[in-house]
Design a protein around this ligand. Structure first.
Ligand SMILES: [Zn+2]
Length: 310
């Protein structure tokens, strides 16, 4: 069983697979095949013709996924921060925090009380690193939603952090972080809806980072899609459709490629390759910051910031 960085591949037994007919986001059942999860696999990647979400045409059963994550994740997650206590799939959470700070609208930083939901946030290191960048006079409550037991401790009295296993009902948040989590869910659409509904008010924002590797795999088909961990490939085309379908209630504020989840010091070669591939996209975003259509899509991952309008 492989658990190296960015390689989650295992063969899923046929009786642990369920065929998926309808789009996980919009429910549409017309699609086109855009690739396979693996050269030798029969499992295809299909793009919904309505919302442009790319998804595998088979999902593993929940029972399979439960034992898969239990067996693989603790080992896998430790590889990103070999010399630190953080247990998240992002090297050096402070890098993530600075990036997120640059992406959010300036009025977010005027808030004196901020509730943060860190969905699939593992030990909560990313949300806490971001909260540590806020003023000491800002009261922050972080709710981490994840199945593991680990939870990082806050060293500041203005920041409270707790952990639960499901998205809380009847609670609202000024900021939701869903970093490298939504692409793993068979019920992607339902979960995205729950998260959007949990945004507190006008101007509350959700940050979403996902894998987006299929365009590169057209040229390098040996690259791993990481099935069955990854079930969706989510990039700018999907978010452009989302912005049309949800235009009355949500606005896509940022749509671009994230920084590499690996830091230069620990993973120099991979960092250089990832950062090189992302460079044309960076230029494109600088030149056309407000365009939702993106030309350079050979980047490996994608991120958006979505604001609630009403
Ligand atoms: Zn769809």
């Amino acid at each position: 069983m492989k658990t190296t960085i960015n390689d989650f591949r295992v063969v899923v037994p046929r009786d642990s697979l369920i065929q998926r007919i309808q789009c996980s986001y919009c429910g549409n059942n017309t699609n086109r095949t855009v690739g396979k999860v693996d050269k030798t696999s029969e499992i295809e990647l299909v793009e919904c013709l309505n919302c442009l979400l790319v998804t595998t045409n088979y999902f593993p059963t929940n029972q399979f996924l439960e034992s898969y994550y239990k067996d693989n994740f603790p080992d896998y997650i430790g590889k990103y921060n070999p010399n630190e206590k953080s247990k998240v799939t992002f090297s050096k959470p402070s890098r993530f925090a600075s990036r997120l700070k640059n992406l959010l609208p300036v009025n977010f930083f005027n808030l004196t009380f901020v509730r943060i939901l860190d969905f699939g946030g593992a030990d909560g290191s990313l949300a806490l690193a971001f909260a540590n960048l806020l003023s000491d006079t800002t009261r922050v409550e972080i709710t981490v939603v994840d199945f593991g037991q680990d939870l990082i401790k806050s060293m500041k009295s203005n920041i409270l952090i707790k952990k639960i296993s499901v998205i809380p009902e009847h609670e609202e948040f000024e900021l939701i972080i869903a970093s490298a989590s939504l692409e793993m869910l068979p019920n992607f659409g339902q979960t995205l809806r729950l998260l959007l509904d949990a945004l507190a008010n006008e101007d509350s924002v959700i940050y979403i980072r996902t894998n987006f590797i299929q365009p590169i795999r057209r040229f390098f088909p040996f690259l791993d899609f990481s099935f069955p961990a990854h079930l969706h490939d989510i990039g700018p085309d999907f978010w452009r459709s989302f912005s049309k379908l949800e235009s009355e209630t949500f606005q896509v504020l940022r749509t671009e490629t994230p920084i590499s989840e690996l830091d230069f010091k620990s993973f120099p070669i991979r960092w250089l390759i990832a950062t090189g591939l992302k460079f044309p996209s960076r230029l494109e975003v600088k030149m056309f910051p407000n365009k939702l259509k993106r030309f350079w899509i050979y980047v490996g991952s994608w991120e958006v910031v979505v604001r609630k309008l009403s």
